[in-house]
Design a protein. Structure first.
Length: 218
């Protein structure tokens, strides 16, 4: 009986340890794989990669009629996570365009983080994209200035400026600045574009994003 109990404890420990070893967002990636297994992802699509601003845009295709969009945003993700799961996020697809919204959570994860670190993380991911898709259009959406993260705005503004400069030099690449359209007539962030947490957006916020993104959509 003691041997059986010991074996049970050992098995339980192994299972718990195996679960703990899985990296953050591992399950999100498995969910994407299951979706792709059930339905083959369409070619020549617009691939969205990034964090919760994409994750929560569940009806994104309704905002862009006639566009074939694959949304692979996973909430809470940072550019470090896009780099870590780059093969899983890029290999299954043959997109004509990749649009990225990520970086906001990098600053939220470490409020001492320098803008240059976040920009370098993006450049690393960008190089991985170019290794697989040398000619595909790649666009980066500027980091939004969420009211709940106001103390991080200085780093975010610096990162946006440097991201814009980097993307401007690249071929088949654009920096999509959504910050201005989210301001009121006095240049202040419109809090009414955010839900109660002052982090995630209302449908009106996404409508404004759409108005800026439309000219860039392939």
């Amino acid at each position: 009986m003691k041997k059986i109990f010991s074996a049970f404890l050992l098995l339980t420990f192994v299972l718990i340890f195996a679960q703990e070893k899985q990296p953050m967002f591992w399950q999100d990636i498995q969910n994407f794989k299951k979706i792709d297994q059930d339905t083959a992802p369409p070619k020549n699509s617009i691939l969205l990669l990034g964090s919760s601003s994409f994750t929560k845009w569940k009806n994104v295709s309704d905002y862009f009629p006639g566009k074939v969009i694959i949304n692979r945003g996973f909430g809470g993700s940072r550019l470090t996570d896009l780099n870590y799961f780059s093969e899983d996020l890029l290999n299954p697809y043959e997109p004509k365009q990749i649009i990225i919204y990520c970086g906001e959570n990098d600053f939220a994860d470490n409020d001492k983080l320098k803008a240059d670190v976040v920009v370098d993380r993006y450049k690393t991911f960008y190089k991985k994209i170019r290794a697989k898709f040398p000619n595909t259009q790649v666009d980066y959406i500027s980091i939004k200035y969420s009211p709940s993260r106001e103390k991080l705005w200085p780093q975010m503004k610096e990162a946006n400026k440097k991201m814009a400069k980097f993307m401007k030099k690249e071929k088949n690449a654009d920096f999509i600045d959504i910050t201005k359209v989210m301001n009121d007539s006095n240049g202040n962030i419109r809090k009414d574009l955010f839900v109660e947490d002052m982090l995630h957006m209302t449908p009106e916020g996404y409508r404004l994003w759409t108005s800026v993104m439309n000219p860039y959509m392939k």
